[in-house]
Design a protein around this ligand. Structure first.
Ligand code: FE
Length: 192
């Protein structure tokens, strides 16, 4: 399937297509594939009774790893290599803040939790400790205070915990299609 431009009518198919074609790739040294990881994260959110927007954020939180898949115009807002902002930028056009803000904050959430909850750091997988160092290490007190000023920081923290837990080899989950109605229901009227 070729997506020359993204619209409200094809964005969910576009995301499904990425899951289908690229989801088998490994999740940075973890024992699950990318799609298994994102589906597990969404399933944990759903099981916890999270609102639809946060289930969607959980499902799509690592979509920024696939920016090479996005039509160029959808990345015009600033192409960077930070997967959390790249993913959120694309979703900004089609989904509300309650979806893309927690995604944008999910890496910062790890740095926040490492600074404020020592037991959290001890639970991180080796691959996650590795990326923490690349991402700037635990937050300073000032950074943590600034983080708490974000409207969606609590959602980002919840997403972060499911993100960390969604790495279980072979854990059963619903498929992407299970989440289609939920995603479609969240689309904002940004006709392009
Ligand atoms: Fe993740």
């Amino acid at each position: 399937m070729a997506f020359e431009s993204l619209t409200r009518d094809n964005i969910v198919d576009f995301l499904a297509d990425i899951f289908a074609r690229r989801g088998g790739e490994s999740y940075m040294g973890e024992p699950v594939s990318m799609s298994e990881h994102m589906l597990q994260t969404a399933a944990l959110a759903e099981r916890a009774g999270a609102p639809n927007s946060l289930v969607a954020a959980s499902l799509l939180h690592d979509i920024g790893h696939y920016t090479s898949e996005f039509p160029e115009e959808s990345l015009e807002q600033g192409q960077d290599n930070y997967h959390e902002t790249a993913g959120a930028d694309v979703l900004t056009t089609f989904f509300p803040k309650s979806v893309h803000e927690p995604i944008k904050l999910h890496v910062a959430a790890k740095r926040y939790l490492c600074a404020t909850k020592p037991e959290y750091f001890n639970r991180l997988s080796p691959a996650s400790v590795n990326s923490l160092n690349v991402q700037g290490g635990p937050m300073s007190a000032g950074e943590a205070a600034a983080f708490e000023a974000h409207e969606y920081y609590r959602d980002a923290l919840r997403l972060r915990v499911w993100d960390d837990e969604g790495k279980i080899a072979g854990a059963p989950t619903p498929t992407f299609d299970h989440y289609r109605p939920l995603l479609t229901g969240l689309l904002v009227g940004a006709e392009r």
